[in-house]
Design a binder for this molecule. Structure first.
Ligand code: G3I
Length: 459
């Protein structure tokens, strides 16, 4: 259609009216501000455009030139997974993750952490653990790795792919799941305590439309939000072929309406309709105010884990494909975004207050010590229970909270009371502690817990 000066004015007026109608919380960007790279185009609406990066390719100049030119967010494809970061129990290796992080930061990019806990890519030693030993090792892994990267990451995929593909909407069976259904919330709480500034995401695949799996996750997120379990974002991997489900945008929107950010975290699309499908996915994100950004799972087709399917935006020589232009056009067409996209839980001053309260002398076979992570108006307490010379078959901890402090949620122990003197009893999976060994539980609260004391009794 030919644009006359009258129709142009009408369009401009409509645009102005829309901007006025939606109010200050939405930002409209028109094609007048069209940018020429993915990252810059996404940034026009406060979003990011990212890619998975492999440390082993950082010596490839074509790869690095594309990375630096086009992307402003980075995910380590493998280097921050459990097998890479804790190859032996208690021995951590951040070399691959650090290479990617340093490259990103020194070139003005941000980074998503991927992934703290996953049923795949576990180190052999973790695959051989179960029960409370695995739970403790997993939570320790979350705490150590999130603490190491504290303040440096935009978000963490705290838990990856924990839901089943069987149409039940339930959890996937795994060694982690068999430690108890609360393993996911325990991981999120530990991650928040370790790095209160990172957005904490749940990430999964085959969740791109409204289906039993995505609904199972939706119900978990809704439950977490209602109980104060810290979750800020949901990642939709979006490994697709030819098209996105027709309700892709509606699915993103229903999660956004729960108050979490949504992110497209591992996008790749195979098939002859690739360019159209990339455009549709990008437009869906742009239409959802809380869709913070898109990450493709690699740069060139030859970098993809989907060997031979050519599912990415650049060909093997680093040339832009038709899919690239679809994405760029959709980013430049603008969209609604919240300004700013804020974390949903407190991130204010995060003073790790270590260590803790004095350990009480063992009155009956165990000791307890408390570590606090505090911020203005709130805290997370991690309580370590250590068995004495004899094994424990059960334990009780009594904490005395200062006035004004209130427990709002807890994990890995059952509490009686929420203020003043609060007692904590083991749950089934952590009742048994071998002589000299430890188990942990934790709780989150409002107010200040500075000065908290704890005593432990074997039961
Ligand atoms: O590093 C070793 C190398 O030393 C060894 O010689 C070689 C032999 O096979 O294996 C190399 O490790 C491989 C690693 O990629 C690095 O190339 C692993 O075998 C291989 O399993 C691993 O695959 C990764 C896969 O996750 C499993 O971790 C893919 O690169 C990675 O793209 C893929 O990414 C996942 C996301 O994390 C989660 N969502 C699905 C997505 C695709 O599967």
């Amino acid at each position: 259609m030919k644009m006359t000066s009258r129709s142009f004015s009408r369009a401009a007026l409509a645009s102005t009216l829309l901007a006025t109608t939606v109010g200050a919380s939405l930002l409209l960007v028109t094609s007048a501000g069209a940018a020429t790279t993915l990252g810059a185009s996404a940034a026009q609406t406060g979003r990011y455009f990212g890619t998975a990066v492999s440390a082993g390719k950082l010596g490839d100049s074509t790869y690095v030139n594309l990375l630096n030119r086009e992307f402003n967010m980075v995910t380590a494809e493998n280097e921050m997974k459990w097998d890479a970061t804790e190859p032996n129990q208690g021995q951590f290796n951040y070399s691959g993750g650090d290479r990617i992080l340093n490259q990103a930061v020194s070139n003005g990019k941000r980074m998503r952490g991927h992934a703290l806990l996953w049923y795949q890519q576990q180190p052999g030693w973790a695959q051989n653990l179960s029960g409370s030993a695995l739970r403790q090792a997993a939570i320790n892994h979350v705490t150590q790795v999130a603490t190491y990267y504290k303040g440096k990451l935009y978000s963490w995929d705290v838990v990856n792919e924990a839901f089943a593909d069987d149409g039940s909407g339930g959890r996937r069976d795994s060694n982690l799941q068999r430690t108890g259904n609360d393993w996911i919330e325990a991981a999120f709480r530990a991650a928040r305590a370790a790095d209160p500034g990172a957005k904490l995401c749940y990430n999964d695949y085959n969740t791109d439309g409204v289906n039993p799996k995505s609904t199972g996750i939706y119900n978990m997120v809704r439950d977490f939000k209602s109980r104060g379990v810290p979750i800020d974002c949901v990642g939709f991997q979006s490994h697709l072929t030819n098209s996105a489900p027709g309700d892709y945008q509606a699915n993103l929107q229903r999660f956004a309406d729960l108050g979490v950010e949504v992110q497209i975290t591992e996008l790749d699309i195979a098939g002859s309709n690739q360019a159209n499908a990339y455009g549709a996915v990008t437009r869906a994100c742009m239409a959802v105010a809380r869709c913070a950004g898109i990450t493709t799972w690699g740069i060139r087709d030859t970098d993809s884990w989907r060997t031979g399917q050519n599912p990415l935006l650049f060909d093997g020589n680093g040339n832009k494909k038709a899919a690239y232009n679809s994405v760029l056009d959709a980013l430049n067409a603008g969209g609604a975004t919240t300004t700013p996209t804020t974390p949903t839980t407190p991130t204010t001053p995060t003073t790790p207050t270590t260590p803790t309260t004095p350990t009480t002398p063992n009155p009956g076979g165990c000791t307890a010590s408390v570590s606090l992570n505090s911020w203005n108006g709130g805290f997370v307490a991690t309580v370590k229970v250590t068995a004495g010379a004899s094994a424990l078959n059960g334990w009780r901890v009594t904490t005395v909270l200062p006035a004004g402090a209130t427990v709002t949620s807890a994990w890995s122990a059952a509490n009686t009371g929420t203020t003043g003197t609060v007692t904590w009893a083991n749950v089934a999976y952590n009742s048994a502690v071998a002589a000299g060994q430890t188990t942990e539980f934790g709780f989150q609260g409002t107010g200040s817990a500075e000065g908290i004391t704890s005593t432990c009794t074997a039961s």
